[in-house]
Design a protein around this ligand. Structure first.
Ligand SMILES: [Zn+2]
Length: 458
């Protein structure tokens, strides 16, 4: 255990609250390019003000990435380096009229701190800074070397993370990585995630004539809307099975350990039904795998949008010449976006839909940490010390997407998440918040984790 007590951590965290609030006041909305440079500079200051080395790195047409470095102290192990991944950008604050407080004016009410970006992910960066400062105040100093990779494009899909990692592989070299986030669930259990799904996002288009036609011609002419929905319908049957030829063949099946870990993970399917007011049974009711397995281990195929013909008020009889669908495929290990594109294309061609154009708009690779890696146990044990033995849940794979893959590829590090969010943090939504008690606990977890990592086998 570390020698820093809880009161000291609270003292440091409270002392830094003004700095934290100023960081939250920065309107670092990446989608709109607001206050990006200022916020990168603020992150540099956060690191330098407690004795770290920081650099603002820039690539053309990309928001800056902030590099940070703290050397292990006199009693630390300088052969070990832990990398923190965070992002300083936030989602747009609208709809503004649904906020009870000003989104960029941090406000505390009943122990809850409200501000845009506080849960996703500014509080986590601040908790890590506070933990490091606590160690810097001791004679022993930091238990291991610490680096930071703080990007400004996470909320727009991290389009340049891999480029940065490729250009600065040596600078960011590390042994292990702690991801930006981690949330308590409705039962107050902290989720520690070891992986993310990737995504392949497509636009499918059909162009069936040079002009829209009077719909009396439907007697002889096909139309784009029908072509497109028929093509889409060939990809999934009414039992919700994905029927794209060869789609499941490329999946890397989960290991026995991954299955065991998932088994231990609590999951309440009825909670999802309630939360979202689902009007249909879960699609897994008809599938040969459980909702939990679906969320962690299986790919998805989603029609995210459809556009064709006349959709205004009243009637207009017309044969639409164009139709378009947005399709997203969540990827698990084994699925690479280009491979998925090829499988979709082959399927369409084989089923007589050569005319359906398919364009890959954006993609992110999946990533899952090897659960046999000793760092998994280090993170879990350290979290249990702070949160309680039965209050930490290892998730082999989260259902969402993030830019982990490049860190695995270029830095070859195991990656696990931990953070200060709770079940009602409302990331991306109005009234985004964290509970201050969770924040202090998050600082403590970072302190215990750094010490545990020093004492773990590499
Ligand atoms: Zn986010």
């Amino acid at each position: 255990m570390s020698q820093i007590n809880r009161e000291e951590l609270k003292r440091i965290s409270d002392k830094n609250m003004d700095t934290f609030y100023n960081y939250l006041r920065l309107e670092s909305v990446s989608a709109q390019g607001r206050q990006i440079k200022e916020t990168a500079k603020a992150v540099q200051n956060l690191i330098e003000n407690i004795g770290g080395e920081a650099k603002v790195l820039e690539l053309e047409d990309a928001h800056p990435v902030v590099y940070g470095f703290f050397e292990a102290g006199p009693a630390g192990d300088s052969d070990k380096t832990l990398l923190f991944y965070d992002h300083y950008d936030v989602q747009p604050e609208d709809p503004l009229d649904e906020w009870n407080t000003a989104p960029f004016e941090p406000t505390v009410k009943d122990g809850i701190l409200y501000a845009r970006g506080v849960s996703d992910n500014k509080a986590n960066l601040m908790a890590r800074i506070n933990a490091i400062e606590a160690y810097k105040n001791t004679a022993a100093g930091l238990p291991v070397n610490v680096k930071f990779f703080v990007e400004g494009e996470e909320e727009i899909g991290s389009p340049h993370v891999d480029e940065y990692l490729k250009a600065y592989t040596d600078l960011f070299a590390a042994d292990v990585c702690i991801w930006e986030s981690g949330s308590k669930d409705s039962e107050e259990r902290l989720g520690v995630s070891a992986g993310i799904k990737g995504i392949a996002y497509y636009e499918a288009r059909v162009d069936s004539a040079d002009i829209d036609m009077h719909s009396s011609l439907a007697a002889i002419a096909d139309n784009s809307a029908w072509r497109l929905v028929q093509a889409l319908a060939s990809m999934r049957n009414v039992k919700n099975e994905i029927t794209i030829d060869g789609f499941y063949d490329i999946m890397t099946p989960p290991t026995e350990l991954e299955k065991k870990v998932l088994d231990q993970m609590p999951f309440d399917p009825d909670a999802s039904k309630q939360t979202y007011g689902l009007k249909q049974p879960l699609i897994t009711d008809q599938l040969p795998y459980s909702p939990k397995e679906a969320l962690a281990f299986y790919p998805t195929l989603t029609i995210s949008g459809l556009l064709s013909g006349y959709t205004g008020p009243g009637t207009k009889t017309v044969l639409p010449r164009q139709a378009m669908a947005k399709i997203d495929v969540r990827l698990v290990p084994g699925y690479e976006p280009d491979k998925v594109t090829q499988i979709l294309r082959n399927h369409l061609d084989k089923h007589g839909f050569e005319d359906v154009e398919l364009e890959l708009i954006t993609s992110v690779m999946p990533f899952r940490t090897n659960l046999e890696d000793p760092f998994v146990k280090t993170v879990m044990d350290s979290a249990k010390k702070v949160y309680g033995e039965d209050k930490v849940v290892l998730e082999p794979n989260s259902a969402g997407t993030g830019p982990m893959y490049g860190f695995g590829k270029y830095l070859n590090v195991p990656i696990l998440g931990s953070g200060t969010e709770w079940s009602k943090s409302g990331a991306h939504a109005p009234n985004e918040n964290i509970r201050l008690a969770d924040f202090y606990q998050g600082v403590e977890h970072m302190v215990v984790l750094l010490d545990s990592y020093k004492h773990s086998r590499k």
